[in-house]
Ligand binder design. Structure first.
Ligand code: ATP
Length: 444
């Protein structure tokens, strides 16, 4: 039997600390695979442990198949957990490890058949009579999964089960987990901080930040329609380009988005998405451009909906099948706090003002409560290299190209921006373009 899991405004507080999980609501349908995704410390494991019954719920309600379950013991919940550290009994053979939960349930019954069919499912029949220390990391994790599966639980709760494995094995096991859970049709809640893993595994992805659920949607939607700038920045590789901008909407004349040194002129007639930007006139916004929204090509190659920009090549990252070109377009990148690792900056810069401990840095720290923070102006962030050299800034835009395009560092390149792929977020980080679905009276 597969379980429906429902969390209703669930919070967790440890001692006097702020809420580790803050009014978290999520319903997982029977057989569904939901991934909890977010940076380290955002509360993913705590949510999982509250579902498992390993952590008490401070406030709110957990329902299993519609029945209140806050007070059920872990055993009564009938779920199986798989952790990142494989947690096998070292003195038991792998066979005994897999059969252990079955033995706990009924010590007199012969479980050989169930253990062997589980091992077959996971491709580990040949190692059943060895001990865990005689296995590779991947085999050990399969045994750990076998132990979770053997009892045919009503739900799997997996906490970063692949994070101790090397990249190749991780990809391999990821595919196996997807296949296995589909075959078994068991409800699965899976925790990871790896967005690629989340996107490839989940029926739905629930993105968390600072204990708060940001968005829960299909992988496709979470990528294409991120509800805020944090989700946009957390999902997708290379990371979305986020630029500080101002909407320019004169009563007469063309609407545009001012990026600092350059403007994006919005094509007329304005699309419904772009029309709604008019009310942002004069306000600071954040423009999001994924790397596929920008290409290196001259204005004469523009397709309908594409507008021209230009950029100076700062750095080219060769990746074999493609290259990532880091460009300076004279814009200021918007910083999103709490992301696991910021996009690496181009390496050659020296900071002015001895490492950012000044007023701007303090303001930035204070502002980390909101979703996005505006960076200090470029001239104050980076030193000029010498009195006779112009001021330099870091790259603000990353564009994908084919691997064979030869580009000279310091050279200027023409860019075309596809406005159909333009994201705009308001000053609080909420997506305003494409239009949010919940604007009343708008048929989107
Ligand atoms: N037993 C505990 N006592 C006090 N604080 C805790 C306890 N367990 C977790 N926390 C805190 O709760 C917050 C959420 O932790 P949690 O482990 O759920 O995050 P996570 O998103 O799973 O992180 P990671 O990916 O690093 O495992 C963190 O700030 C953590 O320090």
């Amino acid at each position: 039997m597969s379980r429906a899991i429902s969390l209703r405004s669930v919070s967790k507080t440890y001692g006097r600390s702020p809420r580790a999980v803050d009014r978290f609501s999520l319903s997982v349908a029977p057989g569904e695979f939901v991934v909890l995704l977010g940076p380290s410390g955002c509360g993913k494991s705590t949510v999982l442990r509250m579902i498992a019954g390993l952590e008490e719920i401070t406030e709110g309600e957990l329902l299993l198949d519609g029945e209140p379950a806050n007070d059920l013991t872990p055993r009564e919940r009938g779920m199986a957990m798989v952790f990142q550290n494989f947690a096998l009994y070292p003195n038991m053979t792998n066979r005994a490890n897999i059969g252990f939960p079955l033995k706990l349930e009924n010590s007199r019954r012969d479980h050989t058949e169930r253990v062997e069919s589980t091992a077959r499912m996971l491709g580990i029949e040949s190692v059943l009579d060895r001990y865990p220390r005689q296995l590779s990391g991947g085999e050990r994790q399969r045994v750990a999964m076998g132990r979770a599966i053997s009892r045919r639980p009503s739900a799997f709760l997996m906490d970063e089960p692949l994070s101790n494995l090397d990249a190749k094995l991780r990809n391999h096991l990821r595919a196996e987990i997807a296949q296995l859970t589909t075959e078994l049709g068991v409800t699965t809640v899976y925790v990871t901080h790896d967005q690629a893993e989340a996107m490839s595994l989940g029926d739905r992805v629930a993105v968390m930040r600072g204990g708060v659920l940001q968005q829960v949607s299909s992988p496709r939607e979470v990528y294409a329609l991120p509800e805020n700038v944090f989700v946009a920045a957390f999902i997708g590789t290379p990371r979305i380009n986020l630029l500080q901008a101002v909407v320019h909407a004169p009563l007469e004349g063309r609407m545009s988005i001012d990026l600092g040194r350059q403007r994006l002129a919005l094509p007329e007639p304005l699309s419904p998405d772009h029309q709604l930007l008019r009310i942002q006139q004069g306000r600071p916004v954040i423009v999001g451009l994924r790397s596929e929204a920008v290409r290196i090509a001259p204005p004469s190659h523009a397709r309908p909906g594409e507008v021209a920009l230009s950029g100076i090549v700062e750095h080219v990252e060769y990746q074999g099948h493609e290259a990532l070109v880091h460009l300076n377009t004279g814009s200021r990148p918007a910083v999103v706090p709490d992301l696991e690792s910021a996009r690496p900056r181009t390496p050659q810069r020296r900071r002015a003002g001895g490492g950012g401990t000044g007023v701007l840095e303090r303001l930035r720290q204070r502002a980390t409560g909101s979703v996005a923070v505006l960076d200090p102006p470029a001239p104050e962030r980076y030193a000029v290299r010498g009195p006779d050299r112009p001021a330099v800034t870091a790259s603000d835009l990353v564009v994908r190209t084919g691997p064979d395009l030869r580009l000279r560092t310091g050279g200027q390149v023409p860019l075309l921006v596809d406005l159909a792929h333009l994201y705009v977020f308001d000053h609080s980080g909420r997506r305003i373009c494409p239009l949010p679905r919940d604007i009343p009276g708008l048929d989107v």
